[in-house]
Design a protein around this ligand. Structure first.
Ligand code: FE
Ligand code: ZN
Length: 253
């Protein structure tokens, strides 16, 4: 079993790309390269790593805009996204037909470990979550899941191509992972998300604690923190989520 590590690569104004690496095997993968320069710089700094593939969480330009430039240098790398994003993700070569509601094997292996995937429509119709489970079942440290713009720390993405019911189901399925699971998301919106969360639940002490301890870079969050503070995860129904999302769309806090 390879030991995988995850490095954060800030991109654009508030985007996160991620570099997953297996130092022992000298292999690397990128998640959501919004632009090519920062990931190429990160790879150039570690010439022992061979880029094997790129994982896209959804087709938006600020998640796939770097793919062409990266493949120009690393032509052997594959590009994986959900099967339904066919034609919308540049140079996509792996079409993962992951189902709703549960993680299944994606057919992709990272450092000897199977990568799981689940379809999470809501923000876009082809959104997919990529999940690296803990090395052995029941491991207390938890696994790692990449949520794109579907789940942010204390927030969720806008409903560009989905319904409140789809977003509700996707968020519930993501936060059904073990509490210690690390959740790596697409944008640093956490401060504004928590200001909104505090208006939804002014008496929730977990939200106040989170605001007090807020750092500049807040990825990853955890399933436990999202269950305690995220107003969209905590929405009791799709209708409640829809109302909160509509309020957040016009929130200036
Ligand atoms: Fe997006
Ligand atoms: Zn985005």
């Amino acid at each position: 079993m390879g030991e995988l590590s995850i490095d954060v690569i800030p991109c654009l104004r508030d985007n996160y790309a991620y570099l997953i690496s297996d130092r022992e095997r000298g292999e690397a993968w990128l998640v959501d390269p919004s632009e090519s320069a920062p990931p190429l710089t990160a790879l150039a700094a570690r010439p022992e790593l061979d880029l094997k593939g790129i994982l896209a969480t959804h087709h938006h330009h600020d998640h796939v805009g770097g793919i062409d430039g990266i493949l120009a240098r690393h032509g052997d790398a594959w590009v994986a996204a959900h099967a339904s994003d066919r034609g919308r993700v540049p140079q996509q070569s792996r079409f993962v037909d992951a189902p709703l509601g549960r993680f299944v094997e994606s057919g992709i292996v990272l450092g000897g470990r199977p990568l799981l995937a689940m379809w999470i429509p809501g923000h876009t119709r082809g959104a997919i979550a990529w999940y690296i489970p803990p090395p052995s079942e029941g491991e207390a440290e938890g696994g790692d899941v990449f949520t794109g713009d579907t789940l942010f720390a204390a927030g969720c993405g806008r409903l560009f191509e989905g319904t409140p019911a789809q977003m509700h189901a996707s968020l519930q399925a993501l936060t059904a992972l073990p509490p210690a699971t690390r959740m790596w998301f697409g944008h640093e919106y956490t401060a504004a998300n928590l200001r909104f969360a505090a208006t939804v639940e002014p008496d929730n002490p977990a939200i106040q604690r989170r605001i007090a301890g807020l750092g500049e870079r807040t990825t990853p969050t955890t399933v436990a923190d999202e269950r305690a503070t995220n107003p969209f995860v905590r929405a009791a129904s799709a209708e409640a989520l829809g109302e909160r999302r509509a309020a957040k769309d016009v929130f200036r806090g």
